[in-house]
Design a protein around this ligand. Structure first.
Ligand SMILES: [Zn+2]
Length: 341
């Protein structure tokens, strides 16, 4: 059985796919056992006993032992129905970035605010699991930006400005897809597009801090680490990186030519933080960066986002296909990607 062909693009579509707890349980079963249930206790392959009141539990007909479909997922040890979890993960993954517990409670018709809060908290915890270094076989653009600083009533200035550093894989389309002058998919930004992203709040712009971020997040095997000429990056070559330091000298065109993707991401990030969150306090900023990175890295793979949130898979950051990406990604994530199973 293969239910993971296409992520539903609408709420009715999702409802049709997962109408009740039994359907959710069937999905969990299908991603664990492609063909048929095999008891992890005695290895017998046979249709198990099922229980209408406990759809997440299967009982082996051979050894009579129970196997839980939600062990090891965020749903483990909760009494919330599977369908509520699935709906919540769908909403968080695809529809509403940064949904509040009150909104979730309302959308799902939950009687208790605490239930919505707990679900949201558990789903969000899955967003912080980004790990590993990016950049093998690609260029990586690295830069810093200032976030925040527009305190209402105080005017613009440096109030509460927080420094954020970003590193993003930059890939190059091999074939230019210009078919005719009306083709809207003309390559922009020289045919460059973004792969995976990393973002972090940093306390300062010293070499120790910036180089520490790069060494923790960018693989030394990257084809080229591109930065501006700030002295904080001057040790990268010594640290084993192919490093291109671009002197902007106050000319914005230079930055646009050499660091276009990371700048585009910074501008999307700021629009998202300001528009959706009405600004974010420095204390909570890293959690929002994690959410932004989580969504960005799975923007063509909402089903991966959905499964990651429920704890059904690990390391599911999707690769990026140029064919799907025109360089103008915006929040919220698109739902036109699909993932095979
Ligand atoms: Zn068994």
């Amino acid at each position: 059985m293969c239910m993971a062909d296409k992520f539903p693009e609408s709420l009715p579509g999702f409802q049709k796919m997962f109408p009740d707890d039994a359907a959710c349980a069937q999905y969990l079963e299908s991603i664990r056992w492609r063909d048929s249930f095999q008891c992890p206790k005695c290895n017998v392959t046979a249709e198990p006993f099922r229980f209408a009141a406990r759809p997440h539990q299967l009982r082996c007909k051979g050894c009579q032992k129970d196997t839980s479909l939600i062990a090891g997922t965020v749903m483990e040890r909760t009494h919330t129905p599977l369908s509520v979890w699935f709906w919540a993960a769908y909403l968080v993954a695809s529809l509403t970035p940064s949904m509040s517990a009150v909104q979730l409670q309302r959308q799902l018709g939950l009687t208790r605010y605490e239930t919505a809060f707990q679900i949201l908290h558990k789903l969000r915890s899955g967003m912080a699991t980004t790990s590993g270094r990016i950049g093998v076989k690609t260029h990586v653009e690295i830069d810093e930006t200032w976030v925040g600083g527009e305190t209402r009533g105080k005017g613009k200035g440096s109030h509460n400005m927080t420094c954020v550093i970003g590193a993003v894989e930059v890939k190059q389309r091999k074939v230019e897809r210009v078919k005719d002058e009306h083709d809207k998919r003309k390559p922009r930004r020289g045919g460059r597009y973004a792969g995976r992203l990393r973002l972090a709040v940093v306390p300062d712009r010293t070499a120790k801090t910036l180089q520490g971020f790069v060494e923790g997040n960018v693989d030394p095997a990257t084809e080229m680490a591109v930065t501006d000429a700030w002295s904080g990056y001057s040790g990268l070559a010594r640290a084993g990186y192919q490093h291109l330091a671009v002197a902007e000298r106050g000319e914005p065109n230079v930055a646009e030519d050499y660091l276009p993707i990371v700048h585009l991401i910074f501008s999307n990030l700021k629009a998202w933080l300001n528009g959706v969150h009405h600004g974010v306090s420095p204390d909570h900023l890293q959690a929002y960066l994690n959410e932004f990175v989580f969504r960005f890295n799975r923007r063509f793979y909402p089903f991966n986002a959905f499964r990651s949130l429920l704890g059904l898979s690990v390391g599911a950051e999707g690769p990026t296909y140029a064919e799907l990406y025109d360089g103008d990604w915006q929040h919220p994530i698109t739902t036109d990607g699909s993932v095979g199973c």
